[in-house]
Design a binder for this molecule. Structure first.
Ligand code: HEC
Ligand code: HEC
Ligand code: HEC
Length: 461
């Protein structure tokens, strides 16, 4: 079997030595104290009942399974629980953390290697409390801190859907975590500081639409796992919700309603289009395209959501506190088509490292030498670099990542594909193109160096 590509989960656990220290101290502290009670409570099991069998051929059964499929997509279970596309939901995806590697479990209904033997109560407990079948604490790389908000009926609909999938007999590799992180009971402490068990409580002061959006975003849809920065213990910094965070080399932008640093300047349609298709075309040019981890979110999850649910999430996002950043201008406000005379460069051989020449040679066929992009068969298929959020961002990370890894995003209506240049271009060349692109079409303050590119190149995806 081909070894699956490690998925870097720095978004769950950023390297932070302080965390190691904090946990080690806690480990020592606990040794003397209520160790016994904790272990006991961790092993308190729910009554083992057989899973409810849902009849696929009844109208109610079919509707339940369809709802479960929709919700499983909203929760993007497949993204983490699939290492090999031929074995969907069978787990085995390595999530690398500074403490070692966690492999996602098999959640197909295979009785021996999956969750076929789990009762509905076991499944509810995993999703709501982060506790596994034998009472063990699960690691928060599984977003139960958000899934705890999801109603029993939605969790059970997901279970009903999972039960209809082909059971796959496959045992993922064992976790490779060092002491003390291989001690699952330590999650008791993580939970104490970072986990509020409990279902979503609607706010009667707000509209039904707002409440639906809050339920989805706070629960299954877990946008915050990437867009909210983390504290020392890698819990979400609740005071800085949606203000942007780094993950495996990418920057998940500030998506608070701030007009400069966030997405306050976007229209509702731009936002819903972005989530449904991965493309937001602004009034002038560009605006944003979803690449990297966001392309996966659109492809696996948000493209399947109904227009009503997407709209409700936008309504909710508009209501979270605005957070400013270091930006002076919105990142999608930069640039105008260049009138640099590139014709003079035609036929000249590339000497040394020249950003303009490299741009013409590698990028201009699709994005045009003026930076305005090209239509192709689909309007905006080769996007404008002018008023593009990646080119106008304060840091050039995502621009580098897009050049290294390209773009690959499939939705119901379109396939977006930009080739990866990791094997074609050196760190120096990528840095030169990046600096040319930001200076000419984007935020001229956003510069990079070959060293920075090398660092991003070696970040596992
Ligand atoms: C961001 C990654 C991620 C997503 C998204 C995710 N999971 Fe998981 N899940 C994990 C990891 C990692 C574990 C294992 C945690 C551990 O070993 O402690 C896990 C564990 C589980 C378990 C416990 C299985 C066992 O054998 O102990 C269940 C059940 C589960 N997930 C269901 C789901 C469902 C249903 C969804 C979608 C609604 C989902 N997960 C989405 C990462 C994810
Ligand atoms: C797996 C991590 C991840 C998750 C989950 C995620 N995002 Fe993102 N998001 C990103 C990254 C990375 C980018 C930058 C993409 C790029 O450079 O093309 C991004 C970009 C965006 C942008 C574009 C901002 C701009 O100025 O260009 C919006 C809007 C957005 N995300 C909204 C959301 C919403 C809403 C959700 C929940 C439904 C969500 N994201 C979930 C990682 C994520
Ligand atoms: C074969 C055509 C092609 C070439 C060559 C190409 N691109 Fe792209 N580029 C695309 C497509 C297609 C997209 C994605 C459109 C979408 O997301 O809908 C894209 C997206 C982008 C984005 C936006 C990414 C985001 O996250 O918003 C940037 C920036 C970019 N390209 C820069 C470059 C640079 C710099 C080069 C040269 C090194 C280059 N491209 C070469 C086709 C191309």
């Amino acid at each position: 079997m081909k070894n699956p590509k490690p998925r870097d989960a720095k978004r769950f656990f950023k390297p932070d030595k302080r965390l190691g220290g904090a946990l080690a101290v806690l480990a020592l502290a606990i040794a003397g104290v209520s160790f016994h009670t904790l272990i006991q409570s961790a092993h308190a099991q729910t009554a083992a009942t057989e899973p409810t069998v849902v009849q696929r051929d009844t109208l109610a059964g079919a509707a339940l399974i369809k709802r479960g499929e929709y919700l499983a997509r909203a929760g993007d279970c497949v993204a983490c629980h699939t290492a090999d596309k031929g074995r969907p939901f069978a787990g085995g995806l390595p999530i690398s953390t500074p403490f070692g590697t966690i492999y996602t479990p098999n959640i197909t209904s295979d009785p021996d290697t999956g969750i076929g033997h789990w009762s509905d109560a076991d499944f509810l407990r995993a999703m709501h409390d982060g506790i596994g079948k034998s009472g063990e604490r699960l690691y928060p790389a599984f977003p139960y801190a958000e899934y705890t908000k999801v109603t029993d009926s939605d969790v059970l609909a997901i279970r009903a859907y999972l039960n209809t999938l082909t059971p796959i007999h496959y045992t993922p590799p064992r976790n490779e975590l060092s002491f003390p992180f291989n001690q699952r009971w330590l999650m008791v402490f993580w939970n104490m500081f970072n986990f509020n068990e409990g279902r979503f409580v609607p706010d009667p002061q707000q509209s039904a639409e707002w409440n639906r959006g809050a339920y989805l975003i706070g629960g299954l849809v877990h946008c915050e796992e990437c867009h909210t920065p983390r504290n020392v213990m890698q819990g979400l910094k609740t005071s800085e919700r949606f203000s942007g965070a780094e993950l495996s080399g990418w920057h998940a932008f500030n998506i608070t309603p701030d007009k400069t640093a966030g997405i306050g300047g976007w229209t509702d349609d731009e936002l819903t289009n972005y989530l449904a298709t991965g493309v937001a075309n602004g009034v002038v040019h560009g605006r944003a395209n979803a690449a990297g981890p966001m392309a996966d979110v659109v492809q696996n999850s948000t493209q399947y959501m109904t227009p009503e649910d997407l709209r409700s999430m936008v309504v909710y996002l508009r209501s979270v506190p605005a957070k400013s950043g270091g930006d002076i201008h919105p990142r999608d406000s930069f640039g105008k088509p260049t009138d640099a005379d590139v014709t003079a460069m035609r036929g000249t051989s590339i000497s040394g490292v020249n950003g303009a020449q490299l741009f013409i040679a590698n990028c201009a066929t699709c994005h045009s030498w003026t930076g305005e992009g090209r239509g192709g068969s689909v309007p905006g298929a080769y996007p404008s670099l002018i008023h593009n959020s990646v080119v106008g961002a304060l840091a050039a990370n995502n621009l580098t990542m897009v050049m290294l890894h390209g773009v690959s995003r499939q939705t119901k209506d379109a396939t977006a594909f930009m080739p990866a240049f990791a094997n074609e271009l050196s760190d120096e060349q990528i840095a030169a193109i990046s600096n040319y692109v930001t200076k000419t079409f984007g935020n001229p303050q956003s510069t990079t160096s070959a060293d920075r590119v090398a660092k991003l190149r070696s970040t596992p995806q």
